[in-house]
Ligand binder design. Sequence first.
Ligand code: PLP
Length: 379
Amino acid sequence: MIPIALPLLAHEEAEAARAAVLSGWVSQGPQVTAFEQEFAALVGAPFACAVSNCTTALQLALAALDIGPGDEVITASHSFIATANSIRYQGATPVFVDIDPETYNIDSAQVMDAITHRTRAIIAVHQMGIPCDLAALTAIAKRRGIALIEDAACAAGSEISIDGEWERIGKPHGRIACFSFHPRKVITTGEGGMLTTADPELDRKFRLLRQHGMSIPDTVRHGSPQVLFEDYLVVGYNFRMTDIQAAVGRKQLERLPELVARRRAVALGYAELLGNLEGLRLPAEPAWARSNWQSYCVRLPDRLDQKGVMQTLLDQGIATRRGIMCAHREAPYAAESHRHQLRQSELAQDHSILLPIYAQMTEDDLRYVVNALTRVLYR
Ligand SMILES: *Cc1c(COP(=O)(O)O)cnc(C)c1O
């Protein structure tokens, strides 16, 4: 069986988790602090704040920017539904715009057209690890005075060239970038998330909000020779990461460059072997982007039935997934009318499939998938 994805977790992660358990401190503590510092250093961000997952990271990003009822947030419908949900949690209104079918990323020209006097933020998704056009999006956000939040759930280890320099996603290029460490992403802590920013005031708000609005964290009280009393300054949340997760995350972070290099080799293999197949459209990596290839999405010829192709592959032991689903077609959003046409998003959902990609994938696995897909196309 060739799975769709496979996390690379080994003795190093197991030992780190064991050490955290035996340390006697398992909730948010020194491992979380170290993981934050190492993550910040790796992506080149001034501040990084760990949280329970990327969904809570996105919600905190909006909360820290005081986005709420009456505010509009422009984003892609063509994303994991958590992107849209994070906007709803805050009582704000998601305004969906279409994607560029080549990169599956939000179309910056359409973002421009969707801005109204109510627009407070853009959530730009680096979909499947392919960086968005941040040059265009940061320029729009700056000119219109709105916040750019990067949904970088899939993009740990992806890079973008800014003025000729390669920089990691998360620097951040917008106001805030949000990452996920779910096992379907490139590095994992089981569940986990991270917010990066260059703004110390936003970082302070993330830390307050993730921990019940508590004025003096438990770690500080625990280590103090004086009796300290905390206050609860705002209605906060419990969005903390545990030290067990962070200990695993630190080991995963050490592996990140290698994991990305291996995934890039698999993606290159797909591009070489699938590149000449008539009617199959491969994902496009812009010249200014280096994807971590969290997913490898191919667009099938319209004549083929997506589910049928996936079943034929599954019958041969190859797991695939359909293209990224559109939030505007799901129950929580389907009842609303949507202002902008979302045709490319719908076509991508209905005619694309995700192929297996993971660091441990062998040359044989790759050829097996390519041969099976080739037979389906020319059957
Ligand atoms: C996975 C994902 C999320 C949610 O991340 P969690 O850590 O599972 O909450 C959000 N946005 C996108 C684009 C994702 O792919």
